[in-house]
Design a protein around this ligand. Structure first.
Ligand code: MN
Length: 129
């Protein structure tokens, strides 16, 4: 069953790569090039999953995550950081900001859709409970 997946990413090459893979897997990508647009689209579209870059000009991914998770109508949407931040403490910082998990950059083309499907499946289980 196709899922609607919002991708918030300021790098157009990464955005296009994720869009391509998500479409090829039969899902519907929604694209936002910055945090403010992503937040608007999340409120309007209520996607099944949100993939969110951390380092973006303007509103960064941490701030977008805080706003999504403080909105009761959006907090249940699984939120995944897609980030190159890999220093000690970065993962804990994403969890503290409200992210439900993360996918490391550079994006691994062989693993990416499996990672996305795992987060979608987890969301399905959470909804059934
Ligand atoms: Mn970025």
């Amino acid at each position: 069953m196709p899922s609607r997946i919002l991708i918030v990413e300021d790098n157009p090459i990464n955005l296009e790569l994720m869009e391509f893979m998500i479409k090829a897997a039969g899902h519907d990508p929604l694209l936002a090039p910055d945090g403010a647009t992503g937040l608007d689209m999340a409120r309007r579209e209520r996607p099944d999953l949100i993939l969110l870059d951390i380092l973006m000009p303007g509103m960064d991914g941490y701030e977008v995550a805080r706003q999504l998770k403080s909105d009761a109508s959006l907090a249940a949407i699984p939120l995944v950081a897609v980030t190159a931040l890999a220093r000690a403490g970065d993962y804990e910082k994403t969890l503290a900001a409200g992210f439900d998990g993360h996918i490391s950059k550079p994006i691994n083309i062989k693993l990416f859709m499996q990672q996305v499907e795992n987060f979608l499946a987890g969301a399905g289980e959470a909804r059934r409970e």
